[in-house]
Write a protein of this length. Structure first.
Length: 438
């Protein structure tokens, strides 16, 4: 069952398994699928291999926000381009994915919460966004109330939302129409190379010769790269989300607050969660990269839980395998973690307290998702030293749905040898080794 109550439709492996192509994409989330679209638009033969089903993990489990508001300034240029890509791509998909420019608003319950919004808006001025700061009275007018519940807000009218569980599968169908070969239930086990350059990949169904591979594996990327002998400081955190029964509209777009963030859904309900509230799972890599992640843990210690348990030996733990071995990707086709019921009960209560329109709304479904996080919480789009032809495009750190098409296009351009749409330097893998050496 998908996270929105619909059954997953798995496609069988094609009878004529491709033995050769130009580019193999590893992972069928939003980055892998959009990279495939942009490679196909350039006439580059592409095969996308997904170990489970398209958008089976975080690409269908996220909040559905497509926002520039509050972005790290290093990734803001790419997010601006990604917003344009969304606007161009959505009409091409031939189906309603719930996409619309509806705005993002972050509410501040007091002056202490308002101050970071003021600082961000000032810092982001060079990007000439349509972001505005709202006073308490202006916030009331936007929300259709007069109780001065909030000290103010930050609002970006040009931000958008969409339904993740509809969007990414529709993008995959579009990619297939453009000529991309998409193979579900097909784990890539290894990337092969000769003289430092990619020559092919080994999948559970056989080898595919190629000149390049894009690793868009989300939380699985570190595990995959470690088996190739590459150190990658990425960890996974578990997020919990719920959707409600239909309720009156508050605002049409994303509405953030410290205790509960809500997004109006296509079905008339709301997707509700708490930003930054996650479960940090202790696995062997957590100890290896703990120092790099200390700033994140320090900033969020009040809302992030650290948990030790069976996951230490789970599929995202330490593993090594050869080309003819079964891999963790085959043993766990789709990560489907249990949501935190106590957290979600608290979030639902907070949402009702913030927004009277939700007084009669009830949780209709809850789900968990595993988020791939980098120490600085921005993506990696880069080729590791000694691996010409292997491009890593991962680590979107919990805000990848909105920026996903931008990362996909950047990955496609770098793989095709084109001038990239933005400077890729902020997304270099070497930034972590530089930091360790400093």
């Amino acid at each position: 069952m998908n996270v929105n109550g619909t059954k997953a439709k798995d496609e069988a492996v094609p009878s004529s398994f491709p033995r050769q192509t130009d580019v193999v994409i590893i992972g069928g989330g939003i980055v892998g699928v959009t990279a495939a679209i942009y490679l196909a638009e350039r006439g580059i033969p592409t095969v996308l291999c997904e170990k489970g089903r398209i958008a089976g993990e975080q690409s269908s489990r996220n909040w559905g926000w497509i926002r520039k508001t509050g972005r790290d300034l290093r990734e803001l240029p790419l997010m601006i381009e990604s917003a344009r890509l969304w606007a161009r791509l959505a009409p091409q998909l031939g189906t309603d994915i719930g996409y619309g420019v509806r705005g993002t608003t972050y509410l501040a319950e007091n002056e202490a919460e308002f101050a970071p919004h003021e600082a961000w808006q000032e810092a982001a001025k060079p990007f000439q966004l349509d972001t505005v700061l709202l006073s308490a009275s202006q916030t009331d007018r936007m929300l259709g109330r007069s109780d001065r519940r909030f000290a103010g807000a930050i609002h970006t009218p040009s931000d958008a939302t969409a339904e993740p569980w509809l969007a990414v599968p529709a993008m995959a169908r579009h990619a297939a129409k453009l000529g991309v070969t998409i193979i579900e239930n097909c784990a890539v086990r290894l990337v092969e190379r000769a003289n430092g350059s990619v020559t092919g990949v080994v999948t559970e169904h056989g080898e595919i010769s190629c000149r390049a591979a894009i690793l868009a594996g989300g939380v699985w990327s570190r595990t995959f790269l470690e088996n190739l002998g590459l150190n990658f400081p990425q960890l996974a955190v578990k997020s919990s989300v719920l959707r409600t029964t239909p309720a009156p509209e508050i605002v049409p777009g994303g509405l953030g607050a410290t205790r509960a963030s809500v997004r109006r859904r296509l079905d008339g309900g709301y997707t509700i969660a708490r930003s930054g509230a996650a479960e940090f799972q202790l696995i062997p890599a957590a100890f290896r990269h703990f120092g790099a992640f200390l700033p994140v843990l320090r900033d969020r210690w009040r809302i992030m839980t650290i948990k030790a348990g069976r996951d230490f030996f789970g599929p995202l733990g330490a593993a090594r395998w050869n080309a003819d071995d079964e891999t963790p990707f085959e043993r766990a086709r789709v990560l489907d973690p249990k949501p935190d019921p106590r957290l979600l009960a608290s979030v639902m209560e907070a949402a009702r307290g913030l927004h009277p329109q939700l007084a009669d709304a009830r949780p209709a479904e809850t789900w968990g998702g595993m988020i791939d996080v980098m120490p600085d919480e921005i993506p990696v789009v880069d080729t590791p030293s000694g691996w010409q032809g292997l491009l890593i495009a991962t680590g979107l750190s919990g805000h990848g749905f909105g920026i996903g098409p931008g990362v996909g296009l950047l990955a496609a351009q770098m793989t095709a040898g084109e001038v990239p749409l933005v400077d890729p330097a902020p997304f270099a893998l070497s930034r972590f080794s530089r930091r360790a050496a400093a």
